[in-house]
Design a protein around this ligand. Structure first.
Ligand SMILES: [Zn+2]
Length: 310
């Protein structure tokens, strides 16, 4: 009896390896996914392969918030990621292999694939109920960044929005565990492992050095941001990313302008929201205009870029 391998079975664009041992391809037997090397077994959820090793990220979300998040990801993909990728890559005959790490609702995969990138999205949270509605569900996979089901040197480009702060925390909280640095280091190492020599990494998240966290803990109609003590280890600064990725073997870690990342879609709907978001929008513009300000404490949101040496 010949069990099909998972890559062929779901028509994934890249080779899928066992996330536990990273030695062998996985095979599908009935509703089970099995590794012939370490005998790990995985399953499916809504026809999506579930290759999560360890705990699932407990980020349950209400329907309305989920749709808003989908809208934000669409906006950031069209107005920030896509132009940024086009600026930093040159396209040959073969499409670039792109991984969205922590792809959330997965809308970015549809948009970038339609623009000619060969994309793959992974997430280990609870956004997958929108995945079956996506145009390219065969490019989405439940997996976690610390144990990626990919071979070494698979991707030309990996990007993630606000993933690192949520690594090494207690549940979906802002409280880090004793081993948060080790876990963030493992993620950096794993990203470098699956990126090709000469490939690129892009990481975005709120800036630890900025006194307010405008991006966490806010719900609809609430305009008050979370106070952020710059010494609190939940968020990262450009320097924090630099330490992790230099240790992972990279040579240069730079901050990019962040203007365009956030469309302020919700606050844009009311006059009050527009007024309250005005100072933040101004900061985005100001810090984006000068290179020295990109990663500085004036910037509420940082985007870190790494071009790996060949
Ligand atoms: Zn295995």
């Amino acid at each position: 009896m010949n069990a099909p391998n998972l890559q062929d079975f779901l028509q994934f664009p890249v080779e899928i390896l066992c996330p536990r041992c990273q030695k062998e391809q996985l095979f599908v037997e009935g509703d089970q996914i099995r590794c012939p090397h370490c005998e790990a077994s995985f399953g499916f959820e809504d026809r999506i392969a579930d290759l999560i090793v360890g705990d699932r990220f407990p980020d349950e979300i209400q329907e309305e918030e989920l749709l808003y998040e989908d809208e934000c990801i669409r906006d950031a993909t069209n107005n920030y990621w896509l132009p940024t990728f086009l600026r930093h890559t040159s396209r040959g005959n073969k499409p670039l292999q792109v991984l969205s790490l922590g792809c959330g609702t997965g809308i970015d995969i549809d948009l970038l694939t339609d623009e000619g990138f060969s994309t793959m999205g992974i997430d280990n949270g609870n956004r997958t109920r929108l995945w079956t509605l996506r145009k390219y569900p065969n490019r989405l996979l439940l997996a976690n960044g610390l144990h990626m089901p990919f071979a070494d040197n698979t991707f030309d480009l990996i990007y993630c929005g606000c993933v690192f702060p949520h690594i090494g925390v207690e549940g979906d909280s802002y409280k880090v565990t004793d081993h948060y640095l080790e876990e963030r280091q493992l993620l950096a190492n794993e990203m470098v492992r699956v990126t090709k020599p000469g490939g690129q990494l892009f990481m975005a998240s709120p800036n630890r050095l900025f006194p307010l966290d405008i991006f966490h803990g806010r719900t609809q109609g609430k305009h008050i941001p979370r106070c952020n003590v710059s010494m609190a280890p939940f968020l990262l600064s450009t320097g924090d990313y630099r330490k992790l990725f230099l240790k992972a073997g990279c040579h240069s870690v730079n901050a990019l302008p962040s203007k365009g990342y956030w469309g302020f879609l919700r606050s844009g709907r009311s006059l009050k929201g527009r007024l309250i978001s005005l100072p933040v929008r101004t900061l985005f513009s100001m810090t984006s205009s000068l290179k020295v300000l990109h990663g500085s404490f004036f910037n509420p949101w940082i985007v870190v870029h790494i071009h790996m040496s060949r």
